[in-house]
Ligand binder design. Sequence first.
Ligand code: DGL
Length: 283
Amino acid sequence: MSDAVLSAPGNQARTAVERSAAPIGVFDSGLGGLTVAHAIMRQLPAESLIYFGDTARVPYGPKSPDTVRRYSREISAFLIEQGVKAIVVACNTATAHALPNLQDELDVPVIGVVEPGARAAVRATRTGHIGVIGTAGTIRSQAYVRAIRAENPDVRVTALACPLFVPLVEEGWTNHEATRLVGEEYLAPFVQDPIDTLVLGCTHYPLLKPVIGEIVGRSVRLIDSAEETAADARRMLAANDLTAADGEGEYRFIASDDPQQFLTLGRRFLGSAIERVEVRTFG
Ligand code: DGL
């Protein structure tokens, strides 16, 4: 993709007021990133959002880093065409594989979900043993291990991939016996060698908090990076003079596949109903 597309010439022509009134682009491989959008809506009510869910190409978890990077670039270029002033990569797998590239290539500030989660985990741990769970791609990338060690090199990190959790959540089986059995299998290493903090390093896992908490033990702190990422978004906007003036933000939701599924399942992640979903396909 050419730099010309990624640097959206129109951005420079806008006045400071126009730039700060522009929406934040938030994207994910599908619907899960709505948990991050929800936290931004709550913490930054004056900000407008454009949420893009790549529902045609989800899941990103098992895909190669190159493919995830290509998808992330396409979506970011599209969001910049829509006039966003900043981008939040709400997908852990896309953050793990593509964040540094996007930060280099785009002319708007970009943040992801890994660093905020890592920071919160290091703050929370008392025993110095942190667990991380995520998709196969996120865990293989070691992005969380690096981010946690960058915060505190003395912390021990055990990272485990839990690929079946995503389809179980999408099936609505958040409190189902099958999910409990799968969870017991995946999370057994944390029971054998206890952790005191567990990073839920995937957009879908916050919906499994009750089951995961039961398996690893109620005393283990479960870190959901959505709130922490929204706090980072606030800091990023302030540092770049992009904070919206007081008022009420407007929201657009865009999917790359059937909007019906987005309308039906979106509520589960966003916590409230979505009235309209636009469709934008790639390739
Ligand atoms: N959004 C992805 C993540 O947070 C989970 C779903 C997928 O595999 O695409 O890693």
